[in-house]
Design a protein around this ligand. Sequence first.
Ligand SMILES: C[S@@+](CC[C@H](N)C(=O)[O-])C[C@H]1O[C@@H](n2cnc3c(N)ncnc32)[C@H](O)[C@@H]1O
Length: 204
Amino acid sequence: MNTDFPEHFFQRPDESADEKFYSQPRFVTHIDDATISCLTDFYREQIASGTRVLDLMSSWISHLPEDVDYAHVSGHGMNAAELAANPRLDDYCVQDLNRTPTLPFANNAFDAVLIAVSIQYLIKPIEVMTEISRCLAPGGQCIVAMSHRLFPTKAIHAFQVLPPADRCQVVATYMEKSGLTGIQALDRSPQTGDPLWIVSGYCS
Ligand SMILES: C[S@@+](CC[C@H](N)C(=O)[O-])C[C@H]1O[C@@H](n2cnc3c(N)ncnc32)[C@H](O)[C@@H]1O
Protein backbone atom coordinates (compact mmCIF):
# COMPACT_ATOMS: atom_id res chain seq x y z
CA MET A 1 0.00 0.00 0.00
CA ASN A 2 1.16 3.53 -0.79
CA THR A 3 2.10 5.15 2.52
CA ASP A 4 1.46 8.67 1.18
CA PHE A 5 -2.24 8.52 1.84
CA PRO A 6 -4.49 10.14 -0.77
CA GLU A 7 -6.49 13.21 0.20
CA HIS A 8 -9.90 11.50 0.25
CA PHE A 9 -8.56 8.85 2.63
CA PHE A 10 -9.44 10.90 5.73
CA GLN A 11 -12.76 12.30 4.54
CA ARG A 12 -15.97 11.48 6.42
CA PRO A 13 -19.64 11.62 5.40
CA ASP A 14 -20.31 13.94 8.35
CA GLU A 15 -17.66 16.63 8.63
CA SER A 16 -19.57 18.66 11.23
CA ALA A 17 -17.99 19.23 14.67
CA ASP A 18 -17.49 15.99 16.59
CA GLU A 19 -18.67 17.72 19.80
CA LYS A 20 -22.20 17.58 18.48
CA PHE A 21 -22.09 13.89 17.59
CA TYR A 22 -20.67 12.91 21.00
CA SER A 23 -22.70 15.35 23.12
CA GLN A 24 -25.07 12.63 24.38
CA PRO A 25 -23.52 9.79 26.41
CA ARG A 26 -23.72 6.28 24.96
CA PHE A 27 -23.64 3.73 27.77
CA VAL A 28 -23.30 0.82 25.36
CA THR A 29 -20.56 -1.59 24.37
CA HIS A 30 -19.17 -1.36 20.86
CA ILE A 31 -17.97 -4.98 20.60
CA ASP A 32 -19.38 -8.31 21.83
CA ASP A 33 -18.63 -9.59 25.34
CA ALA A 34 -16.42 -12.37 23.96
CA THR A 35 -14.38 -9.78 22.03
CA ILE A 36 -14.07 -7.56 25.11
CA SER A 37 -12.84 -10.59 27.01
CA CYS A 38 -10.13 -11.24 24.36
CA LEU A 39 -9.05 -7.59 24.55
CA THR A 40 -8.92 -7.74 28.36
CA ASP A 41 -6.76 -10.88 28.13
CA PHE A 42 -4.42 -9.09 25.74
CA TYR A 43 -4.11 -6.13 28.11
CA ARG A 44 -3.42 -8.54 30.99
CA GLU A 45 -0.56 -10.11 28.98
CA GLN A 46 0.95 -6.85 27.80
CA ILE A 47 0.47 -4.21 30.50
CA ALA A 48 2.22 -4.87 33.80
CA SER A 49 0.75 -3.86 37.14
CA GLY A 50 2.21 -0.65 38.52
CA THR A 51 2.45 1.01 35.11
CA ARG A 52 0.93 4.31 33.96
CA VAL A 53 -1.82 3.91 31.41
CA LEU A 54 -3.61 6.36 29.11
CA ASP A 55 -6.92 5.19 27.61
CA LEU A 56 -7.31 7.50 24.63
CA MET A 57 -10.69 7.86 22.87
CA SER A 58 -12.18 6.34 25.99
CA SER A 59 -15.73 6.07 27.27
CA TRP A 60 -17.39 4.50 30.33
CA ILE A 61 -15.45 1.24 29.85
CA SER A 62 -11.70 0.64 29.41
CA HIS A 63 -11.62 -3.18 29.10
CA LEU A 64 -8.63 -3.37 31.48
CA PRO A 65 -8.52 -6.42 33.78
CA GLU A 66 -10.23 -5.63 37.08
CA ASP A 67 -7.70 -7.51 39.18
CA VAL A 68 -4.58 -5.67 37.96
CA ASP A 69 -3.49 -2.53 39.82
CA TYR A 70 -1.98 0.11 37.59
CA ALA A 71 -0.07 3.08 38.99
CA HIS A 72 -2.46 5.43 37.26
CA VAL A 73 -5.08 5.29 34.52
CA SER A 74 -5.96 8.50 32.68
CA GLY A 75 -8.86 8.71 30.28
CA HIS A 76 -9.32 11.01 27.32
CA GLY A 77 -12.44 11.20 25.20
CA MET A 78 -15.35 13.23 23.95
CA ASN A 79 -18.11 12.78 26.53
CA ALA A 80 -17.64 13.85 30.16
CA ALA A 81 -20.56 11.79 31.51
CA GLU A 82 -19.17 8.58 29.96
CA LEU A 83 -15.67 9.27 31.30
CA ALA A 84 -16.96 10.18 34.77
CA ALA A 85 -18.76 6.82 34.91
CA ASN A 86 -15.63 4.81 33.96
CA PRO A 87 -14.53 3.04 37.17
CA ARG A 88 -10.97 2.43 35.90
CA LEU A 89 -10.04 6.07 35.41
CA ASP A 90 -8.13 8.07 38.05
CA ASP A 91 -8.66 11.21 36.00
CA TYR A 92 -9.94 12.21 32.61
CA CYS A 93 -10.15 15.05 30.15
CA VAL A 94 -12.41 15.87 27.25
CA GLN A 95 -10.81 17.04 24.01
CA ASP A 96 -11.60 16.79 20.32
CA LEU A 97 -8.49 15.27 18.77
CA ASN A 98 -9.71 16.14 15.29
CA ARG A 99 -9.69 19.80 16.26
CA THR A 100 -6.64 19.71 18.58
CA PRO A 101 -4.38 16.70 18.03
CA THR A 102 -1.84 17.67 20.71
CA LEU A 103 -2.15 15.79 24.00
CA PRO A 104 -2.23 17.65 27.33
CA PHE A 105 0.36 15.37 28.95
CA ALA A 106 4.08 15.65 29.70
CA ASN A 107 6.78 13.83 27.76
CA ASN A 108 7.25 10.21 28.98
CA ALA A 109 4.08 10.43 31.12
CA PHE A 110 2.79 6.91 30.29
CA ASP A 111 3.99 3.34 29.89
CA ALA A 112 1.00 2.24 27.81
CA VAL A 113 -1.40 4.16 25.58
CA LEU A 114 -4.56 2.39 24.41
CA ILE A 115 -7.02 3.17 21.63
CA ALA A 116 -9.91 0.72 21.61
CA VAL A 117 -12.24 0.47 18.59
CA SER A 118 -11.85 4.18 17.80
CA ILE A 119 -8.84 4.83 15.53
CA GLN A 120 -11.17 5.04 12.50
CA TYR A 121 -12.52 8.39 13.75
CA LEU A 122 -9.20 10.26 13.62
CA ILE A 123 -8.67 12.59 10.69
CA LYS A 124 -5.14 13.57 11.81
CA PRO A 125 -3.92 10.18 13.07
CA ILE A 126 -0.22 10.72 12.42
CA GLU A 127 -0.24 13.95 14.46
CA VAL A 128 -2.04 12.10 17.28
CA MET A 129 0.29 9.10 17.03
CA THR A 130 3.32 11.42 17.15
CA GLU A 131 1.88 12.90 20.35
CA ILE A 132 1.37 9.38 21.74
CA SER A 133 5.00 8.65 20.95
CA ARG A 134 6.05 11.82 22.83
CA CYS A 135 3.94 10.92 25.89
CA LEU A 136 5.23 7.32 26.05
CA ALA A 137 8.30 6.58 28.16
CA PRO A 138 11.09 4.64 26.39
CA GLY A 139 9.95 1.02 26.16
CA GLY A 140 6.31 2.10 26.47
CA GLN A 141 3.70 0.50 24.24
CA CYS A 142 0.84 1.83 22.11
CA ILE A 143 -1.98 -0.70 21.58
CA VAL A 144 -4.63 -0.02 18.94
CA ALA A 145 -7.53 -2.48 18.96
CA MET A 146 -9.95 -2.62 16.03
CA SER A 147 -13.08 -4.44 15.03
CA HIS A 148 -15.58 -4.18 12.16
CA ARG A 149 -18.26 -1.97 13.68
CA LEU A 150 -18.21 1.78 13.23
CA PHE A 151 -20.28 4.94 13.27
CA PRO A 152 -20.58 5.19 9.45
CA THR A 153 -21.00 8.96 9.30
CA LYS A 154 -17.92 9.63 11.43
CA ALA A 155 -15.43 6.98 10.27
CA ILE A 156 -12.84 8.05 7.69
CA HIS A 157 -13.27 6.80 4.13
CA ALA A 158 -10.31 4.39 4.32
CA PHE A 159 -11.83 2.41 7.18
CA GLN A 160 -15.13 2.13 5.34
CA VAL A 161 -13.64 0.59 2.19
CA LEU A 162 -10.39 -1.22 3.00
CA PRO A 163 -10.29 -4.89 4.02
CA PRO A 164 -9.09 -5.72 7.57
CA ALA A 165 -5.49 -6.56 6.66
CA ASP A 166 -5.10 -3.20 4.91
CA ARG A 167 -6.67 -1.38 7.86
CA CYS A 168 -4.05 -2.98 10.10
CA GLN A 169 -1.36 -1.91 7.63
CA VAL A 170 -2.70 1.64 7.71
CA VAL A 171 -2.43 1.73 11.50
CA ALA A 172 1.05 0.20 11.35
CA THR A 173 1.99 3.00 8.94
CA TYR A 174 0.60 5.64 11.34
CA MET A 175 2.90 4.15 14.00
CA GLU A 176 5.91 3.86 11.73
CA LYS A 177 5.58 7.47 10.58
CA SER A 178 5.38 8.54 14.24
CA GLY A 179 8.63 6.85 15.17
CA LEU A 180 7.24 3.81 16.99
CA THR A 181 9.15 0.56 16.49
CA GLY A 182 8.59 -3.18 16.96
CA ILE A 183 5.22 -2.84 15.24
CA GLN A 184 3.12 -6.00 15.14
CA ALA A 185 -0.37 -6.83 13.91
CA LEU A 186 -2.27 -9.67 15.54
CA ASP A 187 -5.64 -11.31 15.12
CA ARG A 188 -7.02 -11.94 18.62
CA SER A 189 -10.63 -12.58 17.57
CA PRO A 190 -12.83 -14.88 19.64
CA GLN A 191 -14.17 -18.05 17.99
CA THR A 192 -17.58 -16.42 17.74
CA GLY A 193 -18.29 -12.74 18.04
CA ASP A 194 -16.92 -9.50 16.63
CA PRO A 195 -13.37 -9.81 15.27
CA LEU A 196 -10.47 -8.25 17.15
CA TRP A 197 -7.40 -7.01 15.29
CA ILE A 198 -4.62 -5.43 17.31
CA VAL A 199 -1.69 -3.34 16.13
CA SER A 200 0.95 -2.45 18.68
CA GLY A 201 4.23 -0.57 18.65
CA TYR A 202 6.87 0.64 21.09
CA CYS A 203 8.60 3.87 21.95
CA SER A 204 12.35 3.36 21.67
C1 LIG B 1 -16.85 3.46 19.52
S1 LIG B 1 -16.46 4.51 20.85
C2 LIG B 1 -15.26 3.54 21.72
C3 LIG B 1 -15.11 3.95 23.15
C4 LIG B 1 -14.21 3.06 23.99
N1 LIG B 1 -12.82 3.18 23.60
C5 LIG B 1 -14.66 1.61 23.99
O1 LIG B 1 -13.84 0.74 23.73
O2 LIG B 1 -15.83 1.37 24.29
C6 LIG B 1 -15.53 5.76 20.04
C7 LIG B 1 -14.89 6.76 20.97
O3 LIG B 1 -14.00 7.57 20.21
C8 LIG B 1 -13.90 8.83 20.84
N2 LIG B 1 -13.73 9.85 19.82
C9 LIG B 1 -14.38 9.94 18.63
N3 LIG B 1 -14.03 11.05 17.97
C10 LIG B 1 -13.11 11.68 18.75
C11 LIG B 1 -12.38 12.88 18.63
N4 LIG B 1 -12.55 13.69 17.58
N5 LIG B 1 -11.53 13.22 19.63
C12 LIG B 1 -11.37 12.43 20.71
N6 LIG B 1 -12.05 11.27 20.88
C13 LIG B 1 -12.91 10.90 19.92
C14 LIG B 1 -15.21 9.06 21.59
O4 LIG B 1 -14.91 9.50 22.88
C15 LIG B 1 -15.87 7.69 21.64
O5 LIG B 1 -16.10 7.29 22.95
